[in-house]
Design a protein around this ligand. Sequence first.
Ligand code: DGL
Length: 274
Amino acid sequence: MPNASGHSNKAPSALIFDSGVGAISIAREIRQQIPALTLHFGVDNGFYPYGTKSEEILRPRIVEQATAMMAASGADILVVGCNTASTLALPQLREALQKPVVGVVPAVKPAAEETRTGTIALIATEGTVNRRYTRELIEEFANGRQVINVPAPELVRLAEAKLRGETVSAADLEPVLQRIFHSDGGDKVDIAVLACTHFPLLRDELARFAPRSIRWLDSGAAIARRVHWWLDELHLQLPAQAEPSRLFTSAPDPDRHIARAFAEFSPLAQTPAE
Ligand code: DGL
């Protein structure tokens, strides 16, 4: 693991990796908790979406892209801002990198602890919903709770569309809301776990169009706390202000829609990470 001696002149930085704009929901939490941490972004747009692809092709791809983008950015910490990638490739990423790797874990444990009705919904990509990692998480932490699994690949697309400036309507969300609230036990759901980093970007719309008020819980704040913990652990000193963000994409971004989506962090577009 690196330590303070290896980072004397460089502002500490983290690279947030995802297939698309999901990294933004994680970055907002980190920015809020650790404003002076420099954030870079690694977007595997050349392989988006992840959630519908097989484990066999995704795992090596994630390791290859995330390690190349870590090398290109020189970041101190890799934040896997993608549940689909985290639930699939965390051990391989930790093995491939000599730096800390922080991965998003679906917020099953807090949801299981905090539900009052004993029924929670887990909304994620098809990959995450069906993953062994997720099943084991439920067995370990949500024993005795009813967990309604809701694969919602269309929410990934809708989050991308929203960040391109499109409006997400009640009709767009209706099929997912049906699957949450009108499945067996859906009338008792009081917490929905947003287990894909794209989904917190639609929290307002989900809350607005849902038939009743529930909690929409994600792991962004927990990730930011973990990043903070690593900065302390590595004795990395933060400057007064974060340096400009950089954006690494695996494929060109000709209409600059990715660059524009990340503009709130003032990234300088850079394609692709070799
Ligand atoms: N943002 C991603 C996640 O957290 C994946 C979206 C996708 O590419 O399917 O799962």
